[in-house]
Design a protein around this ligand. Structure first.
Ligand code: NG6
Ligand code: CA
Length: 506
């Protein structure tokens, strides 16, 4: 006990590489599909997000922050590994029975912070695969987060709309009855139980595209699952369950500094908020899920405050990709959208190489180091979190496998006006075959490709074109005027820059 206290004191007074005390705790609240325009502090008016807005009032609001990719798995891969996901095949949106895509032993955001003395935990949506080979959900599942730097985990293995619809605590399925083993298939249905397709009358929310296989809690999902009935989640309770686990992690950390990666399920589909949030936004379940996500943020702050940690802890709020309105369920999101703009001023949304796909909210609160109430237009990517948070935690040595991750801690905290000189944006696609875009200064270049212009199902403009596209994001934030014809030299320079980065240049 004495030793623990002593080391905690030493930790607190030891300066970090960046000229100040290390954060007492680091909490990364990572929302799912939350758009730039979905938060009050980024301009939303109809849906209220008082807890998120308070973070921004007490901290720094970034306006030029990006996730690496317009979907979940690749953005999370980059966030944890510090490597652009398009360098690696197999990092696209994963099925629920996929294997872990980050190899054990590799440096991750979690392993780095653990090395720096932090207790590390992940609670919430994982979607980076689990296990190796055919996963047996009835046995300890390995490898997983515990093999890439986390001391504990409590997970949704993939997404809310993908089987298996169970939680995994550390290596095992929570509440599993061994007499009712779980089986999962992403091929043929495993039995002839009713599905969303065969028995839509059993559903409380019907799919609009896909999502018509196994029914769990009255909602049909992607993939087939049998067994594990006692272990299946109840969507309405998910935000409470995950928040309880996150708060427990905070409270159990004692005197040790800690890093919590709290990956919300909200506001991904299926949007089935708790009854106390249902109807609260007037915008249907999508808006209600935002209200619920905001509540989760408030609970985390309460937990930090009640432990006296809110002043010297770093809290980061962000999202894994841009927003989508109809993402496969008939949940009134389109009908009740009105004049709400989920992507704010940006064009496109989730799945898109237009700004709406990857320009995400990023709020940073750390009262002892970050001035309250400011905003920053510094260029910053979530791929930088590994190097930047490592530096803030006192580790300055570079990580060779994280060569895309730049130490942008000064920009992250609002102390550097420009941040990165350039960054790469991924829309859809897997690994090196992905079509990309690059931003440098005020300019954005979208490389040509054959993909469809629009995702008809989600009604999203994808940013694809057979011709090169060049936009000046300062004069034309809505990417309405393609300047590629006028600016041929700049197009060449941007294409060359993208090629160099593809070949490994920073
Ligand atoms: C799509 C799903 C969508 C969502 C997405 C992944 C269909 C028709 N659409 O394939 O609902 O699950 O994958 O979202 O199945 S992400 O945020 O995890 O990347
Ligand atoms: Ca997502």
């Amino acid at each position: 006990m004495v030793i623990a206290l002593l080391s905690a004191c030493l930790f607190l007074v030891s300066p970090c590489q960046t000229g100040g005390a290390k954060p007492r705790a680091i909490i990364l609240i990572y929302a799912d599909d939350l758009g730039y325009g979905d938060l009050g502090c980024y301009g939303a008016t109809r849906v209220k997000t008082p807890n998120m807005d308070r973070l921004a009032q007490e901290g720094l609001r970034h306006t030029s922050a990006y996730c690496t990719s317009a979907t979940c798995t690749p953005s999370r891969y980059a966030l944890l590994t510090g490597e652009y996901p398009w360098r690696r095949k197999g990092t696209t949106v994963l099925p629920g029975d996929a294997n872990l895509v980050i190899e054990p032993g590799r440096a991750t955001l979690a392993s780095r912070l653990r090395q720096a003395g932090y207790r590390t935990g992940v609670v919430g949506k994982w979607h980076l695969g689990l296990g190796k080979g055919k996963v047996d959900w009835n046995q300890p599942i390995t490898p997983g987060p515990l093999d890439i730097g986390f001391d504990s985990c409590f997970l949704l293995p993939a997404t809310g709309d993908r089987v298996p619809c169970v939680y995994v605590r550390d290596r095992t399925v929570e509440n599993l009855d061994q007499g009712d083993p779980i089986r999962v298939s992403y091929g043929k249905p495993l039995d002839d139980s009713p599905t969303g397709k065969s028995r839509p009358d059993l559903l409380k929310m019907k799919p609009s595209h896909g999502h018509d296989m196994t029914i769990v809690n009255g909602v049909s999902r992607i993939g087939s699952m049998t067994g594990g009935r006692k272990a299946r989640w109840v969507d309405e309770e998910m935000a409470d369950t995950l928040t309880r686990e996150a708060v427990r992690f905070i409270n159990q950390s004692g005197d040790q500094p800690f890093f919590l990666y709290f990956a919300l399920h909200d506001i991904h589909v299926p949007r089935v908020p708790h009854p106390r949030f249902a109807g609260k936004s007037g915008m249907g379940p999508r808006g209600d899920a935002i209200v619920q996500a905001d509540w989760c943020v408030g609970e985390i702050m309460k937990a930090l405050e009640s432990r006296g940690l809110a002043m010297d802890s770093l809290v980061i709020l962000s999202s894994d990709n841009g927003p989508v309105v109809d993402d496969g369920y008939q949940d009134e999101a389109v009908a009740k959208l009105g004049d709400h703009k989920p992507a704010g001023p940006w064009r496109g949304g989730k799945y898109s190489r237009f700004e709406g796909g990857t320009r995400i909210p990023l709020v940073v609160r750390w009262p002892t180091r970050v001035k309250p109430g400011n905003q920053s237009a510094a260029l910053i990517s979530q791929v930088d979190f590994l190097a930047s948070l490592s530096a803030l935690a006192g580790l300055a040595d570079p990580v060779s496998s994280a060569s895309d991750s730049q130490d942008q801690h000064a920009a992250l905290l609002g102390n550097a006006p420009s941040g990165r000189s350039s960054l790469v944006i991924q829309g859809l696609g897997d690994g090196p075959a992905s079509k990309l875009a690059v931003r440098k200064g005020d300019w954005k270049y979208i490389e040509p490709g054959n993909g469809p212009k629009k995702n008809q199902a989600t009604n999203t403009e994808l940013g694809n074109d057979r011709a090169p596209q060049l936009f000046n994001l300062v004069q034309d934030p809505g990417e309405t005027t393609n300047l590629a014809h006028q600016e041929t030299i700049r197009v060449r320079e941007m294409a060359d820059l993208l090629e160099k980065i593809r070949m490994g240049a920073p």
